[in-house]
Ligand binder design. Structure first.
Ligand code: GTP
Ligand code: MG
Length: 337
C-alpha cells in the first residue's frame, strides 16, 4: 500500500483525526503527511489520552512514523511549536521549505474582515487571508524563518525516496469535500481544494502511486459557519439526539443534519474512494458504543451500514464506535483491502 489517502466526505470534522490515528497504529506507515492549515482541528484519543491537533499529523501516535507538513500547507509558528513540545515529536517532524507561514497579522485582518468573519463564517485563524497573500506571492515561507531551520526539508523529495525504496505514506487531507473551494458550496467554503487529488498535489505527488483512498463520513452531517446544509435539524432536536458538537478550533456549536446519501455519493465518486470509514456510529445507535467486532453489532446498525454500502457502491472498511482509537471495527481485510 504505497500511498493511502484519508479524506473527508462531508463538511469536515468527520473524525479524520481518529481514523488516521487508528490506521497509523495498524499499518505503521513509514511517513505521514499533514496537508491543509491550522483552521482544521483534529482530535485524537489514544490509550485514554485526548490530543487536539492543528499542525502535526494525527499519525503521531505511531511512534516510528516520520511526520511531515506539506509544501501546500500553512502553519502558524506559535501553534506549531506548542504542538511539537506537547506531543514530544521534535525529532521526527519535518516542515517543507515552502510551507506557508500564517502571521498574527493575518489573523487580525481576518477577524476584521466582515465578509469572511461574519457572512462566510470563517474560523478566523488567518488562513483565508494568508492564502490570498500566497496567491499574490506576498506570503513568507518556512525557509525564511530561522526558528524552523532544524525542521526544514524538501518533503516532496523525502516522500518520493520513501516510496521508491518500498516505504508507505499516509496522506492526511483536511476538512471535507463540500467545503472545497472548487467543488463545495462556494462561497461558503474553505480557501483550498479539499479532495484527495488536492492533498496529493499539496505534497507534490502524482495520482498513480495511490492504492487506497478512504473517504471518512460521520453517521450524521455537521457543518460550521454559513452555507447550505440539506435537512438541517433544529438545535433542540439535534441536542435531543446527542448530535450537537462544538468546533475543535472555534468552540462554536456545529449545525447538524441526518446522514445524506446524495452528498456522500458525489464525495465517493470525486475522490475515487476505495473504501469508506463511518465514525460516530455510537451516536446513532448508542448500544454500539465501543463495539470492536462487526458480529457484535445489533442488526439495526448492520443493516444501516449495509444500506450505505449498497448505495455508495464501495465497502465500509472502518467503523468508529467511540472516540478512542480502540473503539473501532476494522473490516479492511474482510472487504479485501
Ligand atoms: P476532522 O476535522 O475531519 O479531521 O475530524 P476531527 O478529528 O477534527 O474531528 P473533530 O475533532 O472536529 O470532532 C470529532 C469528535 O468526535 C472528536 O472529539 C473525536 O474524538 C470524536 N470522535 C471521532 N470518532 C468518534 C466515534 O466513532 N465515536 C464517538 N463517540 N466520537 C468520535
Ligand atoms: Mg475538525
Amino acid at each position: 500500500m504505497p500511498i493511502h489517502v484519508v479524506v473527508g466526505g462531508f463538511f469536515g470534522d468527520e473524525g479524520k483525526g481518529k481514523i488516521v490515528a487508528f490506521f497509523s497504529t495498524k499499518y505503521k506507515p513509514t511517513a505521514a503527511v499533514r496537508t491543509g492549515a491550522t483552521n482544521a482541528g483534529h482530535t485524537v484519543v489514544h490509550n485514554g489520552v485526548k490530543w487536539k491537533l492543528r499542525a502535526v499529523p494525527s499519525a503521531f501516535v505511531s511512534k516510528k512514523t516520520k511526520l511531515y507538513i506539506a509544501r501546500g500547507a500553512l502553519i502558524h509558528l506559535g501553534v506549531f511549536f506548542s504542538e511539537v513540545e506537547k506531543l514530544g515529536v521534535r525529532n521526527r517532524v519535518k516542515v517543507d521549505y515552502a510551507t506557508g507561514v500564517i502571521l498574527d497579522e493575518h489573523i487580525e485582518r481576518e477577524k476584521k474582515d466582515n465578509y469572511l468573519a461574519r457572512e462566510i463564517g470563517s474560523t478566523c485563524t488567518g488562513v483565508g487571508i494568508a492564502m490570498s497573500d500566497r496567491v499574490l506571492r506576498k506570503l513568507r515561507l518556512a525557509k525564511e524563518y530561522q526558528e524552523l531551520e532544524s525542521f526544514l526539508t524538501d518533503t516532496q523529495a523525502e516522500v518520493l525516496e520513501i516510496l521508491e525504496s518500498g516505504g508507505t505514506v499516509l496522506v492526511e487531507a483536511t476538512q471535507g469535500y463540500w467545503l472545497s473551494l472548487y467543488h463545495g458550496t462556494y462561497p461558503y467554503t474553505t480557501s483550498r481544494d479539499t479532495t484527495a487529488s488536492a492533498a496529493l498535489s499539496e505534497i507534490g505527488l502524482g495520482p498513480r502511486a495511490t492504492s487506497r483512498v478512504t473517504v471518512v463520513f460521520k453517521a450524521y452531517v455537521t457543518r460550521v459557519g454559513g452555507g447550505p446544509l440539506p435537512g438541517e435539524l433544529p438545535v433542540e432536536e439535534a441536542e435531543k439526539l446527542g448530535w450537537i458538537e462544538y468546533g475543535t478550533v472555534t468552540g462554536r456549536p456545529r449545525r447538524v443534519a441526518p446522514f445524506n446519501i446524495e452528498l456522500a455519493v458525489r464525495a465517493v465518486r470525486a475522490n475515487t474512494a476505495t473504501d469508506i470509514a463511518i465514525t460516530k456510529l455510537d451516536k446513532v445507535f448508542p448500544e454500539t458504543y465501543c463495539t470492536r467486532r462487526w458480529g457484535d453489532l445489533p442488526s439495526t446498525a448492520k443493516k444501516w451500514i449495509e444500506e450505505v454500502e449498497e448505495k455508495l457502491g464501495v465497502p465500509v472498511s472502518t467503523i468508529g464506535t467511540g472516540d478512542d482509537t480502540r473503539c473501532t471495527i476494522d473490516r479492511s481485510e474482510e472487504v479485501g483491502l
